[in-house]
Design a protein around this ligand. Structure first.
Ligand SMILES: Cc1cc2nc3c(=O)[nH]c(=O)nc-3n(C[C@H](O)[C@H](O)[C@H](O)COP(=O)(O)OP(=O)(O)OC[C@H]3O[C@@H](n4cnc5c(N)ncnc54)[C@H](O)[C@@H]3O)c2cc1C
Ligand code: FES
Length: 276
């Protein structure tokens, strides 16, 4: 955390709001003070007078520390209020909290990102960070899924990422409702693993998405031959304080906020209710 008081809130001007899908918007923020974070860490974002919730920035950790993008799904009370926010409004940010992705362990390896729904937000932050140092990695395979074509976020970014030699991009949707167009695969995210061209023994995988996708995605990676210690999970447990004081986010012997939110599968696989 880069602030001496963990409750310090930084004022954030909303510069722009991008409608990524019917349920997900990206908020481009200009911060009053710089906030440096590492990819995989999270912040608490507040709507003045309403409340706050944890989110992982979706912009690169190399971005100007006065700027941050956060992509947010309308899931309930606070996120519903955030979705009403417009350019020119003010939000608050505190953090960053937790530990990020162990990028040193990814170097020289094939890196596989497996994500679904709004789980693409933390993975976009990671991917932009990996792209910045792309020579450090052997290859990057991106397997992204959404419920339907209109739920697929960051479509314009996909076109740019697809042009990068070391990136192999694969997408799927659960279903194609009448009137929507989709040329790619149809099915749940783990089906994309049937087509990957990397050797799981020299690869790491990072998984982020809804609990059910994380569960079956992780099982599919293990079946493919990925070692438990090379599968990294971004655990979105319910959080309040964000820094190890309230015990709301316990996973086995760990606090998701302080020891995570990123865990390797071998660390938490024996803990109760990890997929809830
Ligand atoms: C470390 C971390 C990073 C996250 N990053 C993102 C992100 O980048 N983008 C994004 O859209 N969401 C992210 N989330 C999830 C986000 O925090 C929740 O969607 C949000 O807290 C819901 O608040 P609410 O008041 O709108 O919902 P509520 O009205 O409190 O609840 C609505 C529904 O959301 C569920 N919910 C509440 N809190 C969480 C939670 N922490 N995780 C999952 N489900 C929850 C509730 O069980 C309920 O079903 C992240 C969560 C964590 C812990
Ligand atoms: S959110 Fe308070 S201990 Fe983790």
């Amino acid at each position: 955390m880069n602030s001496p008081n963990p409750f310090d809130v930084i004022k954030a001007d909303v510069l722009n709001v991008i409608e990524e899908s019917p349920q997900i918007k990206t908020f481009q923020l200009k911060l009053e003070k710089p906030l440096k974070f590492e990819t995989g860490q999270f912040v608490e974002l507040s709507v003045p007078g309403i409340g706050e919730a944890p989110f992982t920035p979706s912009s690169s950790h190399y971005q100007d520390p006065f700027e941050m993008d956060v992509s947010i799904m309308n899931a309930g009370f606070v996120t519903g209020k955030v979705h009403k926010v417009k350019a020119g409004d003010i939000l608050g940010i505190r953090g960053p909290y937790g530990k990020g992705y162990p990028l040193d362990k990814f170097k020289g390896k094939d890196v596989l990102l497996l994500g679904g729904g709004v789980g693409l937000a933390p993975l976009r932050c990671l991917l932009l960070t990996l792209i910045h140092d792309i020579d450090d990695y052997k290859s990057i395979t991106v397997c992204f899924g959404a419920r339907s074509p209109e739920d697929m976020i960051y479509k314009n970014f996909f076109l740019e990422w697809d042009k990068i030699d070391k990136i192999h991009l694969m997408t799927c949707v659960d279903k194609i409702p009448d009137g929507e167009k989709w040329d790619g695969k149809v099915g749940v995210v783990p089906i994309l693993l049937d087509d990957i061209k990397i050797d799981p023994k020299n690869a790491v995988s990072i998984v982020c998405g809804p609990p059910i996708m994380m569960k079956f995605g992780t099982f599919a990676l293990v079946d493919k031959g990925f070692k438990d210690e090379n599968i990294y999970l971004s655990m979105e447990k319910k959080m309040y304080c964000g820094f190890g004081q309230c015990r709301h986010c316990v996973i086995g012997e760990y606090y998701a906020c302080k020891d995570g939110p990123v865990f390797s599968y071998d660390m938490i696989k024996g803990a109760e209710k990890i997929w809830e």
